[in-house]
Design a protein around this ligand. Structure first.
Ligand code: S3P
Length: 434
């Protein structure tokens, strides 16, 4: 991977209207379900990021014809639920935990063996959380010691459904089990400690698979087929989050974000920012791919620290890096608890954000499952994104309110989820250069 360092600092007040790229979670799933469907599916608004392209490349290797009919458009010739072919090559998921975990479930139900690998960050992320329940379903997955990738997934196994309560709230684990459940005899019934994003459930329904679900539970049986359909991917709320926080922080800002995906399992950050005093108006503008979308107008406001309600954590799990930036610049302290999952994301996001913001003068007390962030002012300094896309973008946001220039090392992975972030950001007034 090439290295990329950014320098960022105070720009102008943020103004204008922007469109955010497609949702990463929805893009991964659209490729997967379209590949397994009977017939031709169209995917529009597909995220042209490295993670989602890695998933598309894997399905191409497994025998699915996927044509790019333009940027953000894919035409997928589905091969049917049993139509994938093993290719004998290692399947590289890149930086994507979603890709690897969901594929582990899907590939456990195939007739052929597969090997899934990933980059340095993905190679130290926990996979026991999917291996253990898939084993209970009758699957066989070998990993490195401690449940780490690469994963060697044995095919030709007879899977059966299970009744399973997830030990951690994880849409990735839930989705892996649903994908294995497509190939299992009998019913797969999953319960969650807290409801997580339900894109797999909604999309399976859209592709015609019988499924029953509600907040915190989902049930399906194997032995059906998927019907090709058209998927419109909404704009990714998690990518919008960097602009929402930056416009809240930078005095004089007034920014409009067009048609952002508003799935309630993704928008916990809005609840928390509003409780901190943010000025965000939301105008619903219909649905895209069965997901509510809204225009968001964000104006500068003075933010105050709060105790983040633990029930909001799963609904904003990807937004903590940027929330830490907001909290470091708010008045008073922000307390985050119940967020130990942050330690096993693309980096240990509690540690990497605490270290990055401390280098800019913030006071942060780390705890095992969160942090206390004491708000104040930030100065310039040198920071490191540790190859984590969201840490890089969160530090760029923090830099917009720093009194000096901020160096951010190791930002190339921003392309995994938000290609073109720096250009879009510069266009509305951010101070950022490569
Ligand atoms: C995702 C689920 C979340 C999230 C990740 C994408 C998904 O992970 O952090 O960026 O697409 O299902 P967990 O479900 O492991 O919390």
């Amino acid at each position: 991977m090439s290295t990329l360092d950014w320098r960022a600092g105070a720009g102008q007040a943020l103004h204008g209207e922007i469109a955010i790229p497609g949702d990463k979670s929805v893009s991964h799933r659209a490729i997967m379900f379209a590949s397994l469907a009977d017939g031709e599916s169209l995917v529009d608004g597909f995220l042209e990021g490295e993670d989602t392209r890695a998933t598309a490349a894997i399905f191409a290797k497994l025998g699915v014809r996927i044509d790019a009919s333009g940027a953000g458009s894919r035409v997928v010739q589905g091969v049917g639920i049993d139509g994938l072919h093993g290719c004998g090559e290692t399947l590289d998921c890149g930086n994507a935990g979603t890709g690897m975990r969901l594929l582990a479930g899907l590939l456990a139900g195939q007739r052929f063996d597969s090997v899934l690998s990933g980059d340095a960050s993905l190679s130290i992320r926990p996979m026991a959380r999917v291996i253990e329940p898939i084993t209970r379903m009758g699957g066989l997955i070998e990993s490195k010691a401690g449940g780490l990738p690469p994963l060697r997934i044995h095919g030709g196994r007879a899977l059966h459904g299970i009744d399973y309560t997830l030990p951690v709230a994880s849409a990735q684990v839930k989705s892996a089990l649903l994908l294995a459940g497509l190939y299992a005899r009998g019913e797969t019934h999953i319960h969650e400690p807290h409801p997580t994003r339900d894109y797999s459930e909604r999309m399976l329904q859209a592709f015609g698979w019988p499924i029953a679900f509600g907040p915190g539970w989902v049930r399906l049986s194997g032995g059906h087929r998927l019907r090709a359909t058209q998927v419109q991917v909404p704009a990714d709320f998690s990518s919008a989050a960097f602009f929402i926080v930056a416009a809240s922080l930078v005095p004089g800002s007034d920014l409009l974000l067009r048609a952002v995906g508003m799935n309630p399992r993704r928008t916990g950050l809005l609840t928390v920012l509003r409780a901190m005093g943010a000025d965000i108006t939301q105008t619903p503008c219909g649905e895209q791919g069965g997901e509510p979308v809204a225009d968001l107008r964000v104006r500068h406001a003075r933010l105050r620290g709060i105790a983040v309600p633990e029930q909001c954590v799963p609904d904003m799990i990807d937004e903590f890096p940027v929330l830490f930036a907001a909290a470091a610049l708010a008045e008073g302290s922000t307390v985050v608890t119940g967020a130990a999952e942050l330690r096993v994301k693309e980096s240990d996001r509690i540690a990497t954000m605490a270290t990055g913001l401390r280098a800019l003068g913030a006071r942060i007390d780390e705890t095992p499952d969160g942090a206390v962030i004491h708000g104040g002012t930030l100065h310039g300094g040198d920071t490191h994104a540790h190859g984590d896309h969201r840490i890089a973008m969160a530090l760029v946001v923090a830099a917009q309110c720093a009194s000096g220039e901020v160096g951010i090392a190791d930002c190339a992975n921003v392309a995994t989820s938000f290609p073109g972030f720096d250009e879009l950001a510069r266009g509305v007034g951010f101070g950022i250069r490569g």
